[in-house]
Design a binder for this molecule. Sequence first.
Ligand code: RB5
Length: 148
Amino acid sequence: MQTTTSRRVALASDHAGVALKDALKQAVEALGHTALDLGTHTDASVDYPDFGDKLARTILAGDAEVGVAICGTGIGISIAANRHKGVRAALCHDATSARLSRQHNDANVLALGARVIGAEVAKDCLATFLATEFEGGGRHSGRVHKLG
Ligand code: RB5
């Protein structure tokens, strides 16, 4: 199912993802959502776990409904975010994965690899992720519940 509900979207990246984060921040606003930029803000080297943690804490505190996590591959920052109970970060490389991460997994963080996918594919992932609702129902709800 598609949704047009406006959301608060927190974005966080390490230095490898800062340019893509800035592009996606604009895309978030263009789609009618509110962007909360958690950094980093320059290409000076930083550690992705710090930004995955910051993003997860922001969502768990209720300061944003969903998040976008970006590093070079998307792997490190998604691992960091997923260490927090209640965060479901999905590393996506295409819009189909982004759609299914919402429909089946109720993902609340979209993780992207800035060195792996292009900006247009990333924007497609973002738009799809934000527009798609969790299907719920016994099957998917039960599985997501088991994730803790
Ligand atoms: C930084 O060089 C790189 O290791 C990081 O962005 C990410 O790809 C780690 O998973």
